[in-house]
Design a protein around this ligand. Sequence first.
Ligand code: NAD
Length: 368
Amino acid sequence: MRSYSICLLPGDGIGPEIIAEGCKVLDAVGAKYGVEFRYEEALLGGCAIDATGTAFPETTLEAAQRADAVLLAAVGGPKWDTTDPTKPRPEQGLLGIRKALGLYTNLRPVQIFAALADASTLKPEVVDGVDLMIVRELTGGLYFGARERFYDEAGAGTDGAAGQRAYDTLEYREYEVERIARQAFEAARKRRGRVHSIDKANVLETSRMWREVVHRVHDEEFPEVELFDMLVDNAAMQLINRPADFDVVVTENMFGDILSDEAAQITGSLGMLASASLGDGTALYEPSHGSAPDIAGQGIANPLAQILSVEMMLRYSFALDAAADDIRRAVTAVLDEGWRTGDIADVATPAERIVGTAAMGDLVVAHL
Ligand code: NAD
């Protein structure tokens, strides 16, 4: 029997409630496909601060490193909010683990489940068939380059007076572009075989290098994938103009940050979006939403983004595509039958079809 170890990071807020449903689904597909999943739980975020004084304890890094995959729920909450730079913050756990595991690729799928098409702010005929994947470079570019803010005695203020100056540096190395391009083409091979590479090659030197490298990797290794270049300003328009035309979208860190939030908004439902972070070390899977402290402990959180992050884990870490397809089919069937958690219910949803976290997990399992 194949056996995999999963490092579980329930984190804070609704985290423990939704991750339990992710494990329920993993156990069910494991039983069906003859695969065993073993779990080791570790602390990250606010709960880690409470227990150890730091958001990312060394023991958590070790647990993540020895696992075959990491399943994270969410971290953070008002209890740990502080503006005091000397105090630990839950997000340090999140950024810390991504960096420590060398997770340079963020995959964020954006799909419209037909039953939820009304949740989008776009017209139904525009969102019909939307199924795209943003592949965002996660550890390079503007967010990691040299930056500085300083006071310039000569010329930075009005009329040549003294004033502030600041700069951020956007730098990429060839290997960073190569490896993210490969991830995008590999994702496209498992999907509809189309990649849009987004850049600003009409202005930025990094973008011109990006474009050249992406084309080289394409021509040498993935010639069967269709490749399109698109400038980022045009991409921002086309994503809401004709979102169903996109399959895989690959882009650098900051463009990806902005475009992935824009694309997520196409679906209109935060509780449905999963993500995967891949790289050198153990891959990490998590919902796109936060720890929802406003509804924590009530058993009403939507576990589907967590369950869909389990789907991604099966696909990307374990190549269990049939099992992943099963999860997607099960989630689609549950929604088609009209079952909703509160966040995705609307005025037309009958009260008896609105269910809690555990019941939603049970429904998905029943359809597997
Ligand atoms: P949030 O995503 O936690 O919540 C935004 C709204 O969406 C809330 O009304 C919440 O109830 C609702 N919501 C989110 N997920 C839901 C779900 N699965 N089911 C039903 N409703 C859901 O964002 P926020 O309120 O801005 O942040 C809350 C905390 O989460 C903060 O401490 C923030 O730093 C943290 N956060 C963590 C992550 C992460 O762990 N990756 C991401 C974003 C925010």
